[in-house]
Design a protein. Structure first.
Length: 156
């Protein structure tokens, strides 16, 4: 094998290695993400362990922990700015920005790329984190969130 042929093989191998994640993303792009159901999320129970902040989650949610999911809801900003990167998502629009109805099983802390504030419902896709013993009392977090594709994340 000549030096030129060897370099071409190495270059081709590198290109294939770089493209293989894109191919798997393209294949998974056609599959809809699992949608979180607010009524299932409401089944989480606090005080499930030695700590009063420990939470027990339904098996359906435990199976989605750490996976990319979709969910629809209403934005509750945590800062007074037009674009939000950390906010709460709730099943229903809130009447008061200082109180959230229903408790921690009815909202998700979202960490996202900058999204414009909207009072209208919208769908997000991100990685679900179940917070088993969060000191702030949160039950759910959606990391690396962005707007979901059309048709994903219906409100349940």
């Amino acid at each position: 094998m000549t030096c030129t042929t060897s370099r071409r093989l190495v270059a081709a191998s590198i290109v294939l290695a770089l493209l293989s994640p894109c191919a798997s993303l393209a294949q998974s792009a056609g599959k809809p993400l699992p949608a979180l159901a607010w009524d299932t999320m409401a089944l989480a129970k606090s005080g499930a362990g030695r700590s009063p902040t420990a939470v027990a989650f339904p098996a359906a949610l435990t199976a989605l922990n750490g996976k990319r999911v979709s969910v629809s809801g209403f934005m509750v900003p945590l800062e007074a700015k037009a674009e939000q990167t950390r906010f709460l998502l709730t099943a229903k629009p809130q009447d008061c920005e200082f109180c959230i109805e229903g408790g921690p099983a009815t909202f998700i802390e979202v960490r996202s790329k900058p999204l414009r504030f909207s009072s209208k419902p919208f769908a997000l896709a991100g990685t679900l984190r179940l917070l088993h013993d969060d000191p702030s009392g949160m039950y759910y977090r959606l990391d690396a969130a962005d707007l979901a594709a059309a048709g994903q994340g219906t409100v349940h």
